[in-house]
Design a protein. Structure first.
Length: 447
């Protein structure tokens, strides 16, 4: 790993009280300290990046097996712009660890070079650098139990993920904001804002913002990692995506799309082997705000035999509702629902499928009218409702915290990891995304 002082560092200004006096700490003023980070194959090493420096990632920078990268609260990490072989990203390899634990007052920020954090980069700018990729040793569903992560050249051995340790620990991301990423390294091969691949459940992912990424906001490939307080906004593809046998848990997730832009709010994938369930995460308290009508986009899709459970959520402003794919002999998530491996219950929908409850749950592929009717009837059977939670976007202000006295029945929370709350959606009386996110700095919250 090479870390060099950038050629454009501002000169160190040394102030002498008098030529006869010795220098004291207060005699030095460092206006800015820029460190260029280039990976020569040796990774970052075990090192701490400090808030008094500004780091610039130049190309793919890995935290290698056995290394620990610690990032202090308040640190800003910039990345060089570029696509294809000139893309920049931070990648934690299998066996490596990142400890990026910011605070509400001092979040850790990943952004593009030249971003002064004061509006120099337009909010909607996407694809200016790569993103953060964390690779672990937890199980994934492939024949070999391993895979090469998308977004990294296939010939890079440090891009391999997958193993047998469900309790693997890749470190901590907490109060971290990831902005303007999603570089394309090849045709149709973009980097997600945050990629978690075979990441284990001893890893902490909590209070993370992913905003204005060209590809997905957060994509999870297998593993068992649990996620909480995730805020994804204005991404070019899906807000959330999982695949390859992901079996973790999630709570308090926000996905917001710009009008007419992006794809699904949640894309849930599995594999092409019929009858085999390869993903079954459990999510509570989602707030999903879609891109509006006339887009023909579902809010949530279950594809390629994926399973998954969703409870106590709010879904608004999306043309289509909850899609299940049924293609006999190749891809059949409908069979997963019949087996009890897909559940979507105790949630409210508004301005979805023209507010017609019989159309919110729908099938695609090869299905009979009887199949469609069964899935459609499950909308009410799962205690879902067409009901406004008084959230939404008004004059470019996003009101995401409902102010309701009574929510009615909530689905009961299982186990100790979930926080038992009495509201639906990602936020109750407190907006946990205020003060530390770019979304808030841009003044987009209405409450």
């Amino acid at each position: 790993m090479k870390i060099s002082v950038n050629a454009h560092i501002l000169m160190l200004i040394v102030i002498f009280a008098s030529s006869a006096q010795s220098c004291r700490k207060g005699n030095y003023l460092i206006e800015e300290h820029l460190l260029n980070v280039v990976d020569d194959g040796s990774g970052t090493g075990t090192v701490t990046w400090t808030a008094d420096n500004t780091y610039i990632l130049d190309g793919f920078v890995f935290v290698n097996d056995g290394q620990i990268l610690t990032i202090e609260p308040g640190t800003v990490i910039h990345s060089r712009t570029g696509r294809a072989e000139r893309a920049s990203a931070l990648i934690v390899a299998r066996g490596g660890k990142i400890i990026a634990e910011g605070t509400r007052d001092k979040p850790i920020v990943f952004t593009v070079e030249g971003d002064d954090l004061e509006g120099s980069v337009p909010l909607e700018a996407k694809g200016l650098w790569g993103g953060i990729i964390i690779l672990g040793n937890a199980p994934i569903y492939t024949e070999s139990g391993e895979a090469s992560i998308e977004g990294v050249p296939f010939y890079e051995p440090r891009g391999i993920y997958g193993g047998y340790d469900a309790n693997d620990n890749s470190g901590i991301l907490k109060y971290v904001s990831i902005r303007h990423g999603g570089s394309n390294i090849g045709e149709g091969n973009e980097i997600n804002g945050l990629t978690l691949a075979a990441v284990g459940n001893n890893t902490t992912i909590d209070y993370v913002e992913i905003i204005s990424n060209e590809d997905d906001g957060l994509e999870i490939f297998g593993g068992t990692v649990n996620i909480k307080h995730i805020f994804v906004a204005f991404c070019g593809d899906d807000a959330f995506d999982y695949d390859l046998g992901y079996t973790g848990k999630g709570q308090f997730l926000v996905g917001i799309q710009q009008e007419g832009l992006g794809d699904r709010l949640f894309e849930n994938g599995g594999n092409i082997h019929p009858g085999e369930e390869t993903a079954h995460p459990v999510f509570y308290n989602l707030t999903l705000m879609g891109q509006g009508y006339n887009t023909h986009k579902p809010a949530v899709s279950f594809l390629n035999n994926a399973g998954g459970e969703f409870y106590n959520s709010l879904i608004i402003n999306q043309d289509l509702g909850i899609e299940i794919e049924k293609i006999d002999g190749r891809s059949n998530s409908y069979q997963q629902w019949q087996a009890g491996n897909i559940k979507f219950e105790d949630s409210w929908f508004f301005n979805v499928a023209n507010n017609m409850s019989e159309n919110v749950f729908f099938l695609t592929g090869g299905f009979s009218l009887e199949d469609q009717q069964k899935w459609s009837d499950y909308f009410e059977g799962g205690n879902n409702q067409i009901k406004s939670a008084e959230i939404g976007c008004i004059q470019n202000k996003y009101f995401i915290r409902p102010d309701l006295v009574s929510w009615g029945q909530n689905h009961q929370y299982p186990g100790s990891w979930f926080d038992p709350v009495e509201f639906k959606g990602a936020m109750g009386s407190v907006n946990w995304a205020k003060s530390w996110t770019l979304f808030d700095r841009e003044g987009l919250f209405g409450n």
